[in-house]
Design a protein around this ligand. Sequence first.
Ligand code: CMX
Length: 441
Amino acid sequence: MAKRLKDTLYEKIMDWRPRTERLMKEYGNVVVDQVTIGQILGGMRGIKSLVSDISYLDPQEGIRYRGYTLPEVFEKLPKAKGGNMPLVEGLFYLLLTGDMPTEEQAAEVADEFNKRRILPRFIYELIDAMPCCSHPMTIFSTAILTLHRESFFTKKYHAGISKLDYWDPTYEDSLNLLAKLPEIATYTYAKLYRDGKRIQSNPNLDFGGNFAHMMGIGKPYDDVSRMHFIVHADHEAGNVSAHTGHLVASSLSDVYLSISAMVNGLAGPLHGLANQEVLRWLQDLMDKMNGEVPTEDELKQFVWNTLNSGQVIPGFGHAVLRKTDPRYMLQREFSLKNMPEDPLFKVVDMLYNVVPPILLEQGKAKNPWPNVDAQSGVIQWHYGIKEYDFYTVLFGIGRSIGICANIIWDRALGYPLERPKSLTTAILEDFAAGKDVVIED
Ligand code: CMX
């Protein structure tokens, strides 16, 4: 019988620890990067100051999960029975261990999720008690936060656990939380948009399949869900959601507190909420066109009108990527295969040609190409989820998988409290004037 995931993880941790310990002890003074005033005032773009082994983002190539490109991840992960997309459970195994799982190993994660998926009653009551106009991301974050009282890590910490063992209850909390996210999300959806009519989960289905089942949407929405959760799982450590999760966890806040905070970061329109913004923007266009697919000239004019009114084009641009996002391309391929005649998809595909030259002509965006959010919402819309406020919750489920893997490894490698140093504008002006500024560490 294959080794249990937790045992495999423990061995990996024991192998990895000497590497970071040696880097810290013997090479702690080696210079990796220098920081400019432009970077300090410019949102810390490009400063190499974080570490994550779960994923790495190359500006030209896009994301790699544990060294694998996204097409490789989709090709090599075990597939769901009766579906064409990989199992989300297998992805979690890969992110956590760095090993491509067998079917048996993915099934072990499925079994773990299954045992832990039942929500405490107070979460249903909490969701029921939220004001009706609450944004689904607010409900999602609040539900996760409220689960904090279940934290195994917090109990162990108060009982006096060794620092070397922090990863273990963090692993347990992570599995407990991830297993519950589809139920939290679908109950929120039912409460907000389906008069509370929910569909009970089916323990015989995988993570993505069960999510589709609870949303009440038939095939191939199970594959859509798997694809959606996998492409959104991680994007290295510096983006707002990943960084927030890591930062909050660095104070030894447990996974519930950290993931709730990361969800709040994801809820901003420049980050995860962009998928909702894309649909809002497209609907505005379709309203103006009385539901007709616009001509290319009409589309160009609409894009320019948005830019000239001082707004960004949602779903385009990226802080790190400098090419079309492979997450966009994967979803585009799916759309071309499964919904080529969808009018909204046709508009999205026209935008792929229309927007980049306009952004280049405008000359501001460093990356004129589409990102993941330009394509994800239109697929959800096609399969009947028209309440686009909900889209970022789906992003949040996927992103939680990667951030939990990151936090478990943060604990395993004993990464400390994050605490960069801030300066004042006057100090920056002294640097700019070439003064001899001395700042004690
Ligand atoms: N439309 C219009 N202008 C854009 C733009 C876009 N899609 N993308 C960048 N720009 C502008 C910026 O607003 C900035 O303008 P100012 O100089 O007036 O402030 C200028 O171009 C330079 O920005 P940048 O260095 O290219 O991009 P940033 O790293 O500052 O920001 C991002 C990256 C994603 C916030 C930005 O491209 C954007 O606002 N895109 C639209 C929102 C979006 O799709 N976000 C989702 C990103 C993926 C995700 O995290 O989910």
